[in-house]
Design a protein around this ligand. Structure first.
Ligand SMILES: C[S@@+](CC[C@H](N)C(=O)[O-])C[C@H]1O[C@@H](n2cnc3c(N)ncnc32)[C@H](O)[C@@H]1O
Length: 334
């Protein structure tokens, strides 16, 4: 799961973000980032948009969009692997903000499709439209004001994404959103921060999708209940994010990358070919053996040890990664 996006999409996004903070004093951008960090650490939800003006939104995009883009792209890639041959004919991104998930869908399935980004924060939509204006497949996207809540209605669509939004909603609005997505879409992909709370919100959404007749395509190898005992652990993954100098300037630090932790569920009404098992922790490589923590079809969580004696499987285990299907697909896609 750690390979960054193909250069064309990641580079286009980075190029679009690079011009963003021009004209905004560095101090103001830093303050906006600090306010956002404080907010995202604090109590949510809110009654009004957090992203109030262009400076907030520019700071959000520079500070968070490369990471949310990579997390959603990782989730979508796992989903695409589990629904071979399927591709969305259209896409609605709910709480889409500046459009990270729209970019991630474009990075997963090439070609053009109608894209609608819904959010209650006008400045976020305006900036999203601006960023997408130079991108071949996104420049026709519609950016529309909409409030998530009981009144949210969606027309039929192939794919709905909801990324890093559930934590900003009340429990009843979360339920209304997932139900509206399930009623409208063939496929729903939900991404949350890779924290215990993010995982809990994701599982709640997963349960609602399954109850509505969806099949889980990824990350789980099954649609039965999650084998994790609530409160003892949380299922999450990691996506590597290359950091531009702009990103380093906003976030501080010197490393050329960071690892974004996320939880996700990708589900569809159509047929699925989920992974036979998935690596749910960073593999531990020891002398002559690799320890893999797997979520399996049973459903169960199990640690397996692959040793040199396993030959090709051992080599595959050394190359595998947190979040990958196990054993790897014969095509070597993962
Ligand atoms: C953390 S941002 C995530 C943005 C984007 N999906 C991403 O992954 O980068 C959360 C977004 O949800 C939107 N949002 C929060 N509550 C909302 C509501 N009740 N109705 C509509 N949008 C909402 C915010 O305005 C913001 O753009």
């Amino acid at each position: 799961m750690n390979a960054p996006a193909p250069p064309h999409t990641a580079d286009s996004l980075r190029a679009a973000l690079a011009g963003l903070l021009e004209g905004i004093p560095a101090r103001q951008a830093a303050q906006a980032v600090e306010r956002l960090i404080a907010h995202y650490r604090g109590a949510t939800p809110t009654d009004t948009p957090i992203l109030r003006d262009r400076a907030d939104v520019a700071a959000y995009a520079a500070y968070r969009m490369p990471a949310t883009f990579e997390a959603v792209r990782s989730a979508l890639r796992a989903f695409a692997d589990a629904v071979p041959g399927w591709r969305p004919g259209d896409h609605v991104d709910i709480g889409g903000g500046t459009g990270a998930a729209a970019w991630a869908v474009g990075a997963t399935w090439d070609g053009e499709r109608p894209v609608t980004v819904l959010d209650w924060a006008g400045p976020a939509l305006d900036l999203g439209r601006e960023l997408a204006a130079g991108h071949r497949t996104l420049r026709g996207a519609r950016w529309e004001r909409a409030r998530i809540g009981p009144a949210l209605t969606l027309g039929p669509t192939d794919l709905v994404t909801v990324s890093y939004v559930l934590n900003e909603l009340t429990a009843s609005d979360r339920a209304a959103l997932v139900d509206a997505a399930a009623a409208a879409a063939q496929a729903v992909v939900i991404v949350e921060p890779g924290t215990p709370d993010g995982y809990a919100r994701m599982i709640e959404a997963r349960d609602r999708l399954v109850a509505a007749g969806f099949h889980v395509a990824a990350p789980c190898p099954h649609s039965a209940a999650c084998p994790i005992v609530p409160g003892t652990d949380w299922c999450h993954f990691s996506a590597r994010v290359s950091r531009s100098s702009l990103h380093r300037q906003i976030k501080g630090g010197t490393l050329p990358y960071e690892d974004e932790k996320f939880s996700y569920v990708a589900a569809t009404r159509g047929p699925v070919a989920p992974a036979p098992a998935r690596v749910v922790r960073k593999p531990q490589i020891r002398k002559g053996q690799v320890l893999l923590d797997l979520c399996e079809t049973d459903p169960s969580l199990r640690r397996t040890t692959v040793t040199k004696r396993h030959g090709d499987l051992y080599r595959a285990a050394r190359d595998t990664d947190w979040g990958a299907p196990w054993p790897p697909a014969p095509s070597g896609r993962d």
